[in-house]
Design a protein around this ligand. Structure first.
Ligand code: ATP
Ligand code: MG
Length: 247
């Protein structure tokens, strides 16, 4: 039986909770103060949620907990009803894709096609399926023309698109983007935002960003400050109003 839960003025069934963070705390070292402090938050199916907040507030650290790249020191993270643990994070990484802010952290192969194909190859799919996924992903990010290029020589924005395509090719059910529009030119940015928005037809998306253009198309905006979720807004206007009051 599913019960109803409330997120601002919208109601969701508990079946719609695809990611739940409970009382999560984390620090990178014993001496350091907490980077995440008792964070509890739920994310809902087919939603586009933005996480915004000042530099160093813990946004990237939080996102790295969503697929087990970092493991909770206190509290828990449950994705698609599975608790994220050291043991099952391999399985969870097939469902949850992270696209990092810096593409250098995500590109490992000398050629674009090879790099985008790496994820699906690892999933032991058939050669036809791999080709289909790679071509689709390259098309979605509008970089089919780069497929035979050497990754090392690409511009920053092109590398970002290759890293994006590599995650898309794995077809995760939940995609987390860290600053996807930084370094993307104004000619391709609208299409990229449209692509991200269109994912919510079949998938769930979380975007860490300060980009107003992305915030405006989000279903929900979370505000993070000093390792805590300080606000939960349904519209950019609500977010802006609250933030202006606090300045
Ligand atoms: N690998 C690490 N080792 C030690 N401290 C770290 C590490 N990564 C991040 N931190 C620290 O944790 C805090 C939160 O960093 P995090 O990268 O999560 O912030 P952020 O909100 O993503 O910031 P930004 O908007 O600049 O990307 C910062 O004080 C940072 O210096
Ligand atoms: Mg960050």
């Amino acid at each position: 039986m599913s019960t109803l839960v409330n997120n601002q003025n919208k109601e969701f069934s508990t079946n719609d909770i695809i990611l739940e963070v409970q009382d999560l705390s984390f620090s990178y070292s014993r001496k350091q103060t907490l980077v995440l402090e008792n964070v509890s938050v739920k994310f809902f199916r087919n939603n586009l949620t933005v996480i915004a907040g000042p530099n160093g507030s813990g946004k990237t650290t939080l996102m790295k907990h969503f697929n087990g790249l970092l493991l909770p020191q206190q509290g828990e993270v449950v994705v698609f009803n599975k608790q994220v643990t050291k043991k099952n994070r391999g399985e969870i990484q097939k469902l949850v894709g992270l696209v990092f802010e810096n593409p250098e952290e995500q590109i490992f192969f000398p050629k674009v096609y090879e790099d985008v194909a790496f994820g699906p190859k690892n999933m032991r799919l058939s050669w036809e399926e791999i080709q289909d996924r790679v071509e689709n992903a390259l098309e979605e990010v509008q970089i089919t023309h780069l497929k035979d290029k050497v990754t090392f020589n690409l511009s920053f924005g092109e590398k970002k698109k290759v890293a994006f395509a590599g995650i898309l090719a794995m077809r995760p059910k939940l995609i987390i983007f860290d600053e996807p529009t930084i370094g993307i030119d104004p000619w391709t940015k609208p299409r990229m935002i449209e692509t991200i928005r269109s994912f919510t037809r079949k998938r769930t998306v979380v975007v860490i960003t300060h980009d107003v253009d992305v915030m405006k198309i989000a279903d929900r905006i979370l505000l993070m400050k000093q390792g805590k979720i300080k606000g939960d807004f349904s519209t950019y206007e609500d977010f802006q109003q609250q933030e202006l009051l606090n300045i």
